[in-house]
Ligand binder design. Sequence first.
Ligand code: MLT
Length: 238
Amino acid sequence: MINIEVVLSPALLHLNTIRDTNVVVIDILRATSTICTAIHHGANSVKALMSQSETLEWAEKGYLTAAERNGQKIEGFDLGNSPFECMDGKVNGRSIALTTTNGTKCIEAVANDGARNVFSGSFLNLEAMANFLANDKGDVLLLCAGWKDSVNLEDTLFAGALAHELNNRTDCKIDCDAALMSMDIYQMAKVDLISYLKKSSHYKRLSHLHHEEDMVYCLKHSIFETVCGLKDGEMKKF
Ligand code: MLT
């Protein structure tokens, strides 16, 4: 039986153990959606980093560099954090060093702490992720990146969606209130996610920055089969 835990903010991660657990890091708008898109479009790997200075250092090793803060691309980097920047062939065959406001910080936080595996979760590969986790049978922790330690709607919705998909595939133990809440919210909102999310803080932030197209794309369900997880410290095709 798979035990499913949902952590709604990195600030709550210390209350859980990730040892021998399949951790899915969730930053739907947009880091983990962009990571999955880059790898689906041929990137060899995505190295998730916390600091801009460390990210830039990887250029000397032939990595494309990508940076976002507060939803905006940072000057001096090859890419920002839009999934659309990964679709024109530029990332094919390349490794990417990426730093974002919340998502990459979360990945770094769980990368070396005894997890069974660490995955990048997105609606884009929802069913493929659920199939992998159901077959692997390891306990699952769904870690929402949120916004600067606050809970956000989009990551909570995805946690509910993945918990729901897992529960439909195999025996799951779901005693965690955060998991039960996220599943209920997803059931309520799934009929029209984009309309539901228009009231969310990050939707408003990204709309102000004219990133509506990114958000419509990041909410598409199961458009590719690629599962992305950490191998040798970098997100790769799993
Ligand atoms: C994040 O790390 O919070 C997001 O990726 C920010 C964004 O891309 O808008």
